[in-house]
Design a protein around this ligand. Structure first.
Ligand code: AMP
Ligand code: ZN
Length: 492
């Protein structure tokens, strides 16, 4: 089966096949690691994961590249506020992002790559553009892309460049340029500010430049598919196309995949709106990683999805039904052989599941036949009608489903435990659902270590810290007692 997917560039459903007939080369814009990601960000990363898993199920090998934006205005600002260099500031958030991907069972891209490690490639791209007069330098040392050099500008977002006034700026920043629509490739910086000494001057890259340089480094000048959230279509992706195609004269990416937003009460979930949840927030409230994954995947990527707690609860019970059925099937003592109805139920569910996925990754429709399989399979088990080959066929269908949705195999304990541990070390135990705390009892050695940390705080007369540790332990049901030979602890 071939996956047909909406292509923002062509404006229609196109087959997704590797141009070289071998490996599908795809690039996905990654996170800016200035803070913890919210689940709106993860909706996009999950839908890209679904895409790569569906391609693999259809027998298409994938080479998936994702960047980590580890230099930008927000990173520079936050790092300065924390008194750190950007190289000291970003690793914590990069690791948190990777941990969150693991929690959500997102497969790692074949290549994960950082912007700051590709400065020479970016500089080279600016030089290529300058040689074609598509880039120019202003007196203050900034480099801009000359929009007039790329008549196709707007072909992705279908914006008409002529209609854009100079006031409607493509990129918001405060630098001088020929035309207000020209966007920054390279921003000059003074010594002392974050920057690199390069052949085009001292400075740091613009965000758009980074993705073009890294995509071409790992996928070649022309590749199959480029992905990101809907907000990136303009100007980010439009700018990537303009600078890449001006430099190479080739089509940059043939297929453009855009994921619509996760909303809260009709508004985009975002840091600036303050209406966001991180993955950790939800895990600490007791929602499981699998429920969050299924809830974010169940609405097809081309529809906006309104986040609700009811949606998470629905996903939890859906997963319970799947897991209970799978366990029941495996445990059932069945006669050898098969039945026409049993095999047909399994095969039809599989075919309908694949067809719905192939049709523009329609996850809502892809779920339905699987739940129908659960219903019919349970009826057949109740009636003692199932044979062992029927069971195997049904398990194979569930496996196909789970190779894409990845929610039946139960990996929920580790993310929850890690989130509670994170809350403990970040002073956020008060946010942890009581049932999780009870379940996350520390080992004796861990408790001893906490008590020792508290003793140290007291010796240093840091009583606030000492009290905080005592309270955290109390929340975990561990009581401290002063005794003649020091502190003793006991479990409540
Ligand atoms: P950022 O770290 O802000 O660069 O965003 C990472 C990815 O998340 C990008 O592909 C964004 O388009 C995407 N994104 C941001 N907010 C949302 C949202 N509310 N729903 C879906 N995707 C989003
Ligand atoms: Zn990008």
């Amino acid at each position: 089966m071939t996956l047909r997917l909406f292509n923002t560039l062509s404006g229609q459903l196109d087959d997704v096949l590797p141009a070289d007939g071998a490996v599908l080369r795809m690039y996905a814009c990654g996170p800016t690691v200035y803070d913890y990601g919210h689940i709106g960000n993860f909706r996009t990363f999950l839908q890209v994961d679904l895409l790569r898993r569906a391609l693999q199920l259809f027998g298409v090998p994938v080479r998936h590249v994702m960047n980590i934006t580890d230099v930008d205005d927000k990173i520079i600002r936050n790092a300065a506020a924390a008194g750190l260099s950007i190289a000291e500031y970003t690793p914590k958030f990069e690791q948190a992002f990777l941990d969150d991907l693991d929690s959500l069972a997102v497969q790692r891209p074949e290549v994960l790559t950082r912007a700051t490690q590709h400065i020479p490639q970016m500089v080279h791209l600016v030089e290529r553009l300058a040689a074609k007069e598509a880039a120019y330098r202003t007196d203050d040392g900034n480099w801009y892309f000359r929009l007039r050099a790329f008549p196709d500008y707007g072909k992705l977002s279908k914006k008409d460049l002529e209609g854009m006034t100079d006031g409607a700026r493509v990129d918001v920043d405060e630098y001088e340029r020929d035309s207000a629509r020209d966007f920054a490739l390279w921003k000059s910086t003074r010594s002392g500010e974050t920057g690199w000494e390069t052949a085009i001057g001292r400075g740091r890259p613009g965000w758009h430049l980074e993705c073009s340089a890294m995509a071409m480094e790992y996928l070649g000048e022309s590749f199959d598919l480029h992905a990101g959230g809907e907000d990136l279509m303009f100007p980010h992706h439009e700018n990537e196309i303009a600078q890449s195609e001006s430099a190479t004269g080739k089509t940059f990416a043939r297929h453009w995949f855009h994921v619509r937003f996760l909303l809260v009460n009709g508004r985009k979930m975002s840091k600036s709106e303050g209406n966001f949840f991180t993955l950790r927030d939800l895990l600490l409230r007791g929602y499981k990683a699998s429920s969050i994954r299924l809830a974010l995947l169940s609405v097809p990527y081309r529809h906006q999805l309104n986040f609700t707690f009811d949606g998470l609860i629905e996903a939890t019970s859906a997963i319970d039904r799947l897991r209970t059925f799978a366990a029941r099937l495996r445990a059932a003592l069945l006669e050898p052989g098969s039945t026409a109805k049993g095999l047909d139920t399994a095969t039809r569910a599989r075919q309908e599941f694949l067809a719905a996925l192939a049709n523009d990754l329609n996850t809502a429709e892809a779920r339905a036949p699987i739940f129908e399989l659960v219903r019919q399979g349970n009826i057949a088990l109740d009636a003692g009608l199932l044979r062992s080959d029927d069971r195997d066929a049904m398990l194979r269908t569930l496996d196909a489903f789970d190779s894409v949705f990845a929610v039946i195999a139960d990996h929920d304990a580790a993310p929850t435990r890690a989130a509670v541990e994170w809350a403990r070390t970040n002073g956020r135990l008060d946010e942890v659902a009581p049932e999780l705390l009870a379940a996350s009892t520390l080992t004796d050695a861990e408790i001893d270590a906490r008590v020792e940390e508290r003793n140290l705080a007291r010796r240093q007369r840091n009583f606030r810290r000492a009290d905080q540790i005592r309270d955290e332990l109390a929340n975990l049901g561990i009581l401290l007692e002063d005794s003649r030979d020091g502190i003793r602890w006991k479990r409540k």
